[in-house]
Design a protein around this ligand. Sequence first.
Ligand code: AMP
Length: 191
Amino acid sequence: MLNIVITGAPGSGKGTQSDLIVKNYGLFHISTGDMLRAEIKAGSKIGKQAEQIIADGRLVPDEVMIEMLHKQILEHKDAKGFIFDGFPRTVAQAGALDKMLAGVGAKIDILLVMNVKHETLVERLILRGQTSGRADDNKETIEKRLAVYTENTLPVIEFYRASGRLTEADNNTTVDECFAQIKRIIESHKG
Ligand code: AMP
């Protein structure tokens, strides 16, 4: 299995790069944001619980997310590997992910953070909001999401960096240039 965690601030290009990774390496894409938006659309219990939280730019509770992710891993444990996009976002989620993967005899192989300047993130998200129809792609919620990222997710990244497991891609670039860096990271991991 090849398991990749792609992390980075909202607007850092995780979804776009995940799609390219899926196309090139055949991994199974798990985007917790996409999963939550599908739950909202379906009007499920989780969707109802998550709708306002997402619109406010806050985080859905860890236990809800961890259960959701666990189900996906078990359902797709025969996949070539996973790309986790938007998870883990908290230290508790990071610990849970290691345990869940260990449960299926796997581990995280590549931890990738996408680095983008704050003002570029805001610009990209505002632009995306013009077509995405997402309730959280507006100026006020964008700033809130970036603050939530700094408070909850940066500690996860710092933890991964401190343990020497972090690889970094600069995405103040074009989609293709960023993907070229990611490809080099994946190829050098595969050896
Ligand atoms: P995203 O599409 O990854 O930007 O996620 C959109 C929103 O879904 C986030 O702002 C959170 O409200 C929620 N969300 C997605 N993934 C998670 C997660 N791992 N933990 C908590 N909330 C999440």
